[in-house]
Write a protein that binds this ligand. Structure first.
Ligand SMILES: *[C@@H]1O[C@H](CO)[C@@H](O)[C@H](O)[C@H]1NC(C)=O
Ligand SMILES: *[C@@H]1O[C@H](CO)[C@@H](O)[C@H](O)[C@H]1NC(C)=O
Ligand SMILES: *[C@@H]1O[C@H](CO)[C@@H](O)[C@H](O)[C@H]1NC(C)=O
Ligand SMILES: *[C@@H]1O[C@H](CO)[C@@H](O)[C@H](O)[C@H]1NC(C)=O
Ligand SMILES: *[C@@H]1O[C@H](CO)[C@@H](O)[C@H](O)[C@H]1NC(C)=O
Ligand SMILES: *[C@@H]1O[C@H](CO)[C@@H](O)[C@H](O)[C@H]1NC(C)=O
Ligand SMILES: *[C@@H]1O[C@H](CO)[C@@H](O)[C@H](O)[C@H]1NC(C)=O
Ligand SMILES: *[C@@H]1O[C@H](CO)[C@@H](O)[C@H](O)[C@H]1NC(C)=O
Ligand SMILES: *[C@@H]1O[C@H](CO)[C@@H](O)[C@H](O)[C@H]1NC(C)=O
Ligand SMILES: *[C@@H]1O[C@H](CO)[C@@H](O)[C@H](O)[C@H]1NC(C)=O
Length: 744
């Protein structure tokens, strides 16, 4: 017996153990209609208790009805295993015993005839017990008798070692594999003399390995026992190949397989892998449901397991391994596929994101463009283009700005950029890309008429190029509210300088006079010089702007009208600002250039008095500055309303003439008012007067007269004003009182 073969047998033994574990639940059935049990022992087919119940004679198990013991030959059967092809039995020991005087008491040999069964040397061992003993095993093979045995001696109990079977009190000896019969006997050398008191008997037996552990107690016993043994069995004498052709082939079930045992004759039937039960019976092998036992299947998750005939499948989600044929291999995740899916999903998601945000911006941009086009039309962009187109050359001066340009210029219409607010809308200060400062007017337009007004202002201003008229640089029509872009006039409105305490007191007469002159010049220009006469319609101190050196610039042409040359009068809806409105126009709705003259007259009075055109703080009669002024002159208490410092610093003559001019401009009847040309000439004259001292008036009277004469076609007040001024001059100095005018 080579070490290698032992090792191989051990390995196969381990395999058997595993198999046993796998089919633990297998039910070993007898042949139908046969007794299943004898006492505690189950008798499965091919074994049987009676004729017809066993496969062949050697598988007949005898059952003692009185003590219910199963026997084969002279051994007790304790268990029969179909899977392992084993039969567990219990066999008697051989024994001889002596009495104290050395006479033999018992001499019992053992014989064993196993018939079809064979004794495996790997599963059993031959053991001899005693201190004066020789144990012999004898067998017959091929009609020859063989024997082997061992000697066991000891003089003292203490020399024997528990668990050790090495010749002292106990000995083992190998016997050949596959024995089918044997005789056992024991003998003594000295009739157990001297040792009798602790070892009266000797024993010999074959025992299943692992079921016997030597102990010194055994040396003292006198009873004969039965020892467990394991026998192998197989069917018939032929090998599978031969047996299969015979009608009584034992492997009955279609799910059974035939095996040839390596070292034994005959054949053995086994259920195929994945089945359990009795392969010797038809339909004896039953499918094992591997899914019911987690140790039998490789599925990672119980719910993936699906039982099949003879096997099982681990059904995995497709993405798990991508290939359905790999089912049952434990559902190892297919990492390549998972990565592919992950990358695919990631790329898809990102491109979707990019695409949708791109679409969003495109649509938003389109919407904005459409909206701007809509506003452009709504704001009269087309009309404007048309009208600007009619005037050759002028289109160059008016630029059409884009929304973005103006947004940038005003810091998105920041509060801090607001320089004016009023009924007309809001005015922002803006810085264009070329660092040019502009004023951007965001009109407040509520209806279509106002759009026309707006277009009007653009058209009117586009035709004007005058140093005392605010220059329109361009416009923007793409916003809901149209935007106008003007040159920026740095010092704000005239109103601010004459009505705010802090400014008014330091705003010198000379400047006031110049502003009046410049304004009248601009209005004269509008009324006459411009290609088509323009009536401003809203002349007032808030519409006169002042730049760095207090040069006047007329602004706000929102209500202005172009008057065809052949028409002196124009019927319109009355528009303008209360306090400045021409009373005649108010009554007749007939718009003439003289309406502007009236309004300008009010501005002149404002310059003189520093009082507002309309103030509800004043009494009813004095509410309108024009009326207040006229009545003051009539009542000869003009001094009450004149700005103090003007009286102090101003050339009295100039003031006198200025007052007269204002009064004439405020004449109730338009015809009685001077034209703007006359007003401008007169103011120019008044300014010149300053350069000539009063004492030289006589010498210059001719010039003055000439100037006035040219300025005013029907000047009825020229001379008298001069004289009155003289009186005024004296009275100022002598009495400190005013005696102005003759009440005209
Ligand atoms: C049967 O088994 C029972 C319990 O395991 C045991 O007490 C009894 O001795 C056994 N009988 C035989 C005949 O082996
Ligand atoms: C059956 O068992 C009884 C009691 O052990 C015994 O007396 C008898 O001889 C046995 N019969 C057979 C046939 O072995
Ligand atoms: C018989 O052997 C089987 C395994 O082969 C075992 O499960 C069973 O418990 C044994 N029966 C007895 C009575 O020893
Ligand atoms: C032992 O046996 C022999 C023969 O049977 C007998 O003569 C002898 O007295 C026995 N000795 C004792 C101590 O029993
Ligand atoms: C042992 O006993 C046998 C028979 O009982 C006898 O013939 C023999 O002489 C004895 N031997 C010794 C050494 O006592
Ligand atoms: C025991 O019996 C066997 C045969 O049954 C015989 O050969 C042997 O001599 C006997 N031994 C003694 C000591 O009587
Ligand atoms: C054992 O042998 C003795 C004599 O050698 C004999 O009297 C006895 O009946 C035998 N026992 C059995 C169970 O055979
Ligand atoms: C075994 O013992 C029996 C009777 O006791 C005998 O007939 C047979 O020949 C013996 N066999 C051997 C091999 O000794
Ligand atoms: C046998 O018995 C000895 C001592 O009682 C013990 O050490 C040993 O482990 C036992 N062996 C087996 C296999 O039970
Ligand atoms: C051996 O084991 C038995 C019990 O199994 C015990 O009584 C005995 O003392 C042991 N012998 C030794 C030497 O340990």
């Amino acid at each position: 017996m080579g070490v290698l073969s032992k090792l191989l047998q051990l390995i196969s033994f381990i395999g058997v153990i595993q198999l046993i574990a796998m089919v633990a639940a297998a039910a070993a059935q007898p042949k139908p209609g046969c007794l299943e049990k004898c006492g505690n022992v189950t008798i499965p087919y091919p074994f049987g208790l009676s004729e017809g119940c066993y496969l062949e004679k050697s598988f007949n198990i005898r059952c003692n009805d009185s003590d219910l013991t199963a026997k084969t030959g002279n051994v007790l059967v304790t268990n029969i295993s179909i899977e392992d092809h084993e039969i567990h039995v219990k066999a008697r020991e051989a024994r001889d015993c002596y009495n104290a005087s050395g006479s033999i008491e018992f001499n019992n040999t053992t014989w064993f005839r196993a018939g079809k069964f064979t004794i495996s040397t790997t599963k059993n061992q031959f053991t001899v017990l005693g201190c004066d003993t020789a144990g012999i095993i004898r067998w017959e093979e091929n009609e020859k008798i063989y024997s082997t045995g061992c000697r066991s001696r000891c003089n003292d109990l203490s020399t024997a070692v528990n668990g050790s079977c090495s010749g002292v009190g106990c000995c083992n000896v190998e016997f050949p594999d596959g024995l089918k019969n044997y005789n056992l006997s024991v003998s003594s050398f000295k009739n157990h003399t001297n040792i009798w008191n602790f070892n009266p008997c000797s024993y010999a037996f074959i025992v299943e390995k692992g079921k016997f552990n030597f102990s010194t107690d055994y040396l003292q016993k006198r009873e004969r026992e039965r020892r467990p043994m394991v026998l192998d069995w197989a069917v018939g004498d032929e090998r599978c190949e031969e047996a299969r052709r015979k009608p009584n082939f034992a492997c009955q079930d279609q799910n059974s397989e035939c095996h040839d045992p390596k070292t034994r004759s005959g054949y053995q039937c086994k259920c195929k892998l994945g089945y359990q039960g009795n392969p010797y019976l038809p339909l004896g092998c039953q499918d094992i449901n591997e899914c019911e036992d987690a140790t039998l299947n490789k599925c990672k998750r119980a719910q993936d397991c699906e039982n099949t005939k003879g096997s099982h499948i681990c059904r995995c989600p497709k993405w798990y391994h991508g290939d359905g044929t790999k089912d049952g291999e434990g559902c190892a995740p297919d990492f390549v596929l998972m990565i592919q899916i992950a990358i695919g999903a990631g790329v898809g998601f990102i491109s979707l994101l990019v695409f949708s945000s791109w679409m969003y911006f495109v649509l938003k941009k389109r919407k904005i463009v459409k909206l701007r086009e809509k506003f452009f039309q709504q704001n009269g962009g087309l009309i404007l283009q048309q009208r600007l187109g009619q005037q050759e050359g002028s289109t160059e001066t008016v630029k059409i700005f884009t929304v973005d340009e103006l947004k940038k210029a005003t810091k998105n219409y920041d509060e801090s950029r607001i320089i004016g607010r009023g009924g007309f809308g809001t005015v922002y200060k803006g810085f264009l890309a070329d660092n040019k400062i502009v004023a951007i007017k965001k009109s407040r337009i509520e209806d279509e008429n106002q759009i026309e007004q707006f277009i009007n202002e653009v058209v009117v201003l586009s035709q004007i190029n005058h140093r005392h008229v605010v220059k329109l640089l361009g416009c923007c029509l793409e916003t809901q509210v149209p935007l106008l872009v003007y040159e920026f006039v740095s010092n704000g409105t005239l109103f601010k300088y004459i009505h705010q305490e802090s400014n008014a007191s330091t705003f010198p007469w000379e400047t006031r006079l110049r502003i009046a002159a410049e304004t009248s010049e601009a209005l004269w220009y509008l009324h006459s010089t411009a290609s088509i006469p323009i009536i401003h319609r809203d002349v007032k101190s808030t519409n006169i702007l002042l730049d760095d050196d207090f040069t006047a610039k007329v602004s706000d042409f929102g209500t202005s009208r172009l008057v065809p040359r052949d028409q002196a009068q124009l019927a319109t809806v009355v528009q303008g600002t209360l306090g400045y409105l021409d009373p005649e126009y108010l009554q007749t709705n007939q718009l003439t250039e003289k309406s502007d003259v009236y309004s300008f007259g009010v501005v002149l009075v404002e310059l003189l008095t520093g009082k507002e055109a309309l103030s509800f703080a004043r009494s009813e009669e004095q509410r309108s500055l024009a009326m207040y002024f006229i009545s003051s002159i009539k009542e000869e208490r003009l001094f009450e309303i004149l700005e103090n410092h003007i009286v102090a610093e101003g050339n009295k003559d100039q003031i006198q003439q200025f007052v007269e001019l204002a009064r004439s401009c405020l004449a109730v009847k338009g015809d009685e008012r001077p034209t703007m040309r006359e007003v401008a000439m007169e103011l120019e004259g008044i300014r010149k007067m300053q350069k000539h001292p009063w004492v030289n008036l006589e010498a210059n009277s001719e010039e003055v007269e000439y100037l006035l004469g040219e300025a005013c076609e029907a000047n009825k007040y020229g001379e008298s004003s001069i004289t009155i001024t003289t009186a005024y001059y004296h009275s100022m100095n002598d009495h400190g009182t005013y005696a102005l005018g003759d009440g005209r």
